[in-house]
Design a protein around this ligand. Sequence first.
Ligand SMILES: [Cu+2]
Length: 832
Amino acid sequence: MKTYIYRVLLIFIVSQSIFSQVVEGNVENLPVKEYTLTINEEVVNKAGVAVKGMTVNGSIPGPVLEFTEGEYAIIHVKNEMKEETSIHWHGLILPNFYDGVPYLNTPPIKPGQTLNYEFPINQSGTYWYHSHTMLQEQSGVYGSIVIHPQKETLLYDKEVVLMLSDWTNEKPMNVLRNLKRGNEWYGIRKGTSTPLNKVIARGAFGAQLDFWRQRMGGADIADVYYPAFLINGKQAIEYPDFKSGEKVRVRVINGGASTSFWMTFGGEDPVLVSADGHDVVPVVKNKTFIGVAETYDFIVTIPEDGKIEYRITAQDGSGTASAFLGSGKTLAAQVVPRPDKIGMMQKMAKMDMKMGAHAIKYRPKKDERFKIKNEYGMQMDMPKDSAMKGMQMDHSKMKGMKMDDMKHKQMDMPKDSTMKGMQIDHSKMKGMKMDDMKHKQMDMPKDSTMKGMEMDHSKMDHSKTQMDGMQENHMVVADSKKGNGMESEMKMEGMNLFSEYNYDYLRSPVKTNYSANAPVKEILLNLTGNMQRYIWSMNGVPLAETDKIKIEGGQVTRITLNNLTMMHHPMHLHGHFFRVINKNGDYSPLKHTVNVPPMENVTIEFYGNEYGDWFFHCHVLYHMMGGMARVFSYDTPRDTRMKGFPISELVAETNRYYSWGMVDAASHFTALQLAASNLRNQFNVSLEYGWNKNIEGEVTYERYLHDYLRVFGGVNIENDKEDSFDSFNTTAVVGIRFLTPYLFALDARIDNELRPRISLGRSIMIFPKFSVFGYYEYRLDLGLVNDLPVAKEYTSDTVCSAGAEYMLSRNVSLMGSYDNRFGAGGGLSVRF
Ligand SMILES: [Cu+2]
C-alpha cells in the first residue's frame, strides 16, 4: 500500500511539474538556495585588446549557479551599470513574472536597482542564464545553471561545465549597425567572403548569377567577425585535475551571441547523454553540432595517458577554442574543415530553390503564410516537407514490400487525423514492380507535417534518381526505365546539403507525445530575412508589425518552422519545452531551442499549460534584434507589477533607427552621404562637390513598401551650368527606388519641372577587399515646364561614373574613379 501511495504521489508530482503551471512563492516550503549576481561594466581583455565588457560577479562568464531539484531559488540581481539590464533563466520552467524578458513579463532592472527572482526548481539538467536586454549577452552577461536531480541516473565521477561564447572587441550595437548598413568587412576579415575571382576559379559563375538574380549575394553561414571564441572565457583552458579512468560529465552550453559550433573530442568517442537539460538515450557520438543557446552533456573517460582535447569550431570555420581534460600528452580532437561556401552555392543553385522571400511585406496584416511557403523554398516534384526525411524508406524495408499486395495490407501509419490529407494512389504503385515485398510495413512517423502530403506514385516511376540519396536511405525501384538523369540527381544532392544538422540522433528515453485527445493548433512560421538590410522576420513580418500569437491552455500548439533564408536560425521558446519531431516519433526529444537549417523545415509542438506572455525568437541576437521574434500569449490579464513597463518598449528595440555615413575625399571631388534607417523608413542626405565647380546635393525621405521597393520624395540641388557656380537649380523630386534582380540599385524619379530621370548602380567584389562599381544616370527634359533651346525637341543630361575600391579596414577604403562631372581621380573613403 505504501509503495502504491508513493507511486501515485510520484506520478502526481511528475505530472504536476510537466503539466501544470508554476505558482509563485515558496508554497511547499522547499529548502531555499540563494545567490546574488552583480552586473557591472568593466574593462576586460578577451582577444588581445582591453575593451569595456559586462561582467557578472566580476567575471565573464558569470558564476555557475548550482541547485538540486526540489530547492527554491532566490536570486538577487544587482545592476551596477549605467544602463538597464535583465536576466533570463534559459530553459527553466518558472512563474511568468520571473522569466526575465524586460517589458514582456519582468520589469527591467534599472541602474542601481536590485531585482529578486524566485522560483521553485522542478527540473534537473544543464541550463544557463543571460541578459535579455538587447545585445548585452554579447558583452558578457551570461553564466551557467547546473541542477542536480534528487537521485542521479547517470554514472559518472566528476563533472565540468563548459560555457561557449563568441567575443567581439567592438560595441555590439556597432556590430549590428555595420550589418544594417551592409558593410562587407566582417566576411573579408575572417576570410569567408566569396569574391568573384574565387567564384569564377571554381566554375561557379552560373550559380553566382542564379543567386544574384534572386538578389542574394551568395550562400552565407555567419555574419559577424569574432577575434576570439571562448570556453569559460578563455581561448584555451586546461583541466589537469581529472585522473585517468575517471568518467567526467561535460556540460556544454552555447552562450554565443551568434555563433554555432561543431564540437569534436580527442581520444575515445564521448557518449552524448543529454540535450537542452533532458536526458536522451545515450549515443556514442564524436562530432556534434551545437546551435546557439543549446546545451549538450557528454560523458568522457579520461584516458590512461594523456588529456582529451575538446574543441569547438565556429560553424563557418572562422575560429576555434579548446579545453583539455586530464594531463599528459594531448589527444587531439578532429579538425573540422571550413565549409565550402561556393560549393554550397553551387549545390543550392542546382536545386530549384527559390530564394528571396520578403523580410517585410507590402501588407503585413495580410495572411500570406501559405502563399509564401508555396512560392519560395525548395521547388521539387516531391513533397517539400523535410519531415519526409523521417520516413524510413530504407532499402531493406522497401525490399520486403510487395506493391501488388499493398492494396490489401495495412500500412503502419498513425491514426492521427491530420494524416487524412495524404493520398497514396496504390493503383499507380503497382507499376513500381517491387519484388518480394510481402508482410512488411512501411514505418511512417506520426508526424503532423505529413498532412496534405500527396504521394503521387506515378512520379515515382521515373524518380529513381530523385529518391537516391535522400537521407542516405535508398528506395530501390526496379525496372525503372525512364530515369530522369542528371537534373533530378542534382536536385536530390541538395536534400543532403543540411542533413548533418538534423536531430535524428536525439531520442527521448520516455515517450514525449501528448494525449491523442488534446486539441491541436497548427501554426506555420516561415522564417524570412533580408541580408542587405539585415531585417529578420517570420512570414515576412518582423516583431514590430505583428500582434501576439494566441496560445490556448490544454491545447497542443504545433509549429512548422519553414526556413526560407540562407542562415541557420536557433529558435527558442521561453517557459516551455517542445517536442522536436524527428524519426523517433513518440520518442522525439524535448528541447527549448531548435536549430532550423537553411531552406529546411522543422516541426515542433508543445502543450499549453502556462499563463501570461512568453517570448519565441531566434537566439542569434542580431536576428532577434532584426525582428525575428514573436510573443506567444495565453491572453491572461497582464501582471499588475508590469504597470509602467509596456511591451511596446520591447517591440521598439527591434525597430530602432540605425545611422551611418561616409565621406569621400578625392583629388577630383569630395562627397558626404548620411543615412538613418529603421524597418520602414529611411532618411538620406548626399552631397557631392567637384573641385571643377560642379555640385549636387539631395535630401530624401524613403518609405519601404517591401524589401526591394521604396517610394521617396525630397529636394535636389545642383549647379545649372557645367563647371560653374553662377546659378543653382533646386527641384522637388518624387520617385521609386528598387533593388532589381542581379542586385542593381534602380532610381526612377520625376522632378517638379516634369523631367523624368532614371539611374542604375551596382558594386561587385571581384577580389578579396577589391570592388568595382558603376553608376549611370539619364535625365530627360521634354520641355513640359522649361523652355527648350530653339529647334530642340528635348534636352538630356547624363551622369556616369565608374571606379574601384580597396577596403583597408572596416571603415577606410582607397578609392579611384572617373565621373563625367568631376573627371578622374583618387582618394579615400571613410565610413563612420
Ligand atoms: Cu536567426
